[in-house]
Design a protein around this ligand. Structure first.
Ligand code: PLP
Length: 460
């Protein structure tokens, strides 16, 4: 273990020369995701523990982003780190065609928590590959090609997954011919259906989906892919009845129902899976991130009995060199056991009910820039607006540069107060580790309170 890794989050670490070297090599050689490389100025991070990380300059940040919403049990959990080390000593790597202990046990544990008969697990290296394979499973199973997804969505950056994605990151890679048709899922605050109640929004969204299917031709549609609670797109919990309604529509038309739980799964919403809130069982469910808190890349698809049966005697036409990698699976086994033993799912539920929900609603009452607070568990969004009446977003959709300045100013203010915020378009998402303590969460809310005064300056 390096010296910096041994240091605790409350022990400021200063080694500017080391930080400068890390930064210089990064700027010379690392090509980063989603970025204009020449405009980047990444923070050099020296270490992390629990809900905090720290740089080389003596600054420590409370992480309200959980990385990219994946460290559900926090950074450097000793049990998971030890399990990875032990697996590395035992069997660091092995081909996917064999039965190995870590993979078998990870699949068994995951299946013990997935809803209904989602009992077979196909492992991938991350979320996008999970979505790719869910679509492949659905297409081969149904013999149909078209896939429906929602505009307000993110499903990953590989070819099919980015074409399924609704957010603007799709535009540069949109082939327009990947067999994807997008529709509007419910979002009452910015209702695409001019609805004013959740009941109206639910009924109209389901009718819109019915109409889309009718005009696309039900017999051409292999799957509907939805995030159970859309994450990056804004944490919009669907109105009661929507997901059961989609389930019923899929059943009626022989369409495979895929729920993407890459972000919402593994405790984030205060249930093992967000689908558990509505007691909905999809045909396929994708997962990644929280399955092992991102300690080693891992994702997968949980497959129901009917689709698994399709591939009992017929080969599945897909695979990956590292499917079910031993280190990733050992990390998943340890993470899931930690989640069971430390009641991480229950803690996330309580955190949402008693700390984050009330705390964020209280902030909304005092800050005119907060248009809506929504979420559950450790999965919350503040919709920031210029004007509470008109609901005009604080920055325009997909704004960059000067147009995005209010959100940049808000983010900078939070960081100055020791809080690392998740900023996306006109929203900040409050997505700390599910294990964040009440005191840490309150510290974060106090920093948000101050940062929101900066956002308030842009309201009219
Ligand atoms: N699906 C959802 C819902 C996600 O939030 C993400 C990533 O944020 C993905 C898929 C893609 O996962 P990955 O980045 O591991 O490929």
């Amino acid at each position: 273990m390096t010296a910096e890794a041994l240091r605790g989050p409350r022990d400021p670490f200063v080694d500017q020369a080391a930080g400068a070297a890390v930064k210089a090599a990064d700027r010379a050689h690392v090509f980063h995701s989603w970025s204009a490389q020449g405009l980047l100025d990444p923070l050099a991070v020296a270490g992390a523990e629990g809900s905090y990380f720290w740089d080389y300059e003596g600054n420590r940040y409370l992480d309200f982003t959980s990385g990219l919403v994946f460290t559900n049990i926090g950074y450097q959990h000793a049990v998971v780190v030890a399990a990875i080390q032990e697996q590395a000593g035992k069997l660091a790597s092995f081909a996917p065609a064999f039965a190995i202990e870590a993979r078998s046990e990870a699949a068994r544990l995951i299946a013990s928590h997935t809803p209904g008969d989602l009992d077979k697990i196909f492992f991938t290296n991350g979320g996008a590959e999970a979505v790719e394979n869910a679509v492949r499973l659905a297409r081969v199973h149904t013999g149909r090609t078209k896939v429906l997804s929602a505009y307000r969505s993110y499903h990953g950056a590989t070819s099919t997954a980015i074409n399924l994605t609704g957010d603007p990151r799709r535009w540069a890679s949109d082939t327009g011919s990947a067999g994807v048709v997008r529709f509007w899922a419910p979002f009452l605050y910015r209702s695409p259906f001019y609805a004013t109640t959740e009941t109206e929004e639910c009924a109209r969204a389901l009718q819109h989906l019915e109409d889309t299917i009718a005009f696309e031709g039900p017999g051409t549609i292999a799957a509907i892919v939805l995030e159970t609670i859309p994450g990056t797109a804004g944490i919009m919990t669907p109105p009661p009845g929507y997901l059961p309604g989609v389930r019923e529509i899929c059943d009626r038309h022989g369409i495979v129902f895929v729920l993407d739980e890459v972000m919402a799964g593994f405790g984030r919403t205060g249930k093992w899976f967000a689908a558990d809130h509505d007691e909905v069982v999809p045909d396929l469910m994708t997962f990644a991130k929280g399955v092992n808190s991102g300690y080693v890349p891992l994702g997968g698809v949980a497959i129901n009995a009917e689709i698994a049966a399709t591939f009992e005697t017929r080969p599945y036409p897909g695979g990956l060199t590292y499917s079910g990698h031993p280190l990733a699976c050992a990390a998943a086994v340890a993470t899931i056991r930690v989640m069971e033993e430390e009641k991480v799912v229950e803690r996330a539920a309580r955190l949402g009910e008693t700390v984050l929900g009330p705390g964020l609603r209280e902030l909304a009452e005092r800050h005119p820039s907060v248009g809506e607070v929504r979420g559950v568990g450790a999965f919350w969004a503040l919709e920031l607006v210029r004007n509470g009446e008109t609901r005009e977003p604080l920055v325009p959709y997909n704004a960059t540069g000067e147009a995005a300045a209010p959100m940049a100013a808000f983010g900078a203010a939070a960081k100055k107060r020791g809080l690392w915020p998740f900023v996306n378009m006109n929203r900040t998402h409050v997505v700390p580790p599910c294990t964040v303590s009440d005191a840490e969460a309150l510290e974060g809310l106090a920093a948000l309170d101050e940062a929101l005064t900066v956002a308030d300056d842009y309201t009219v």
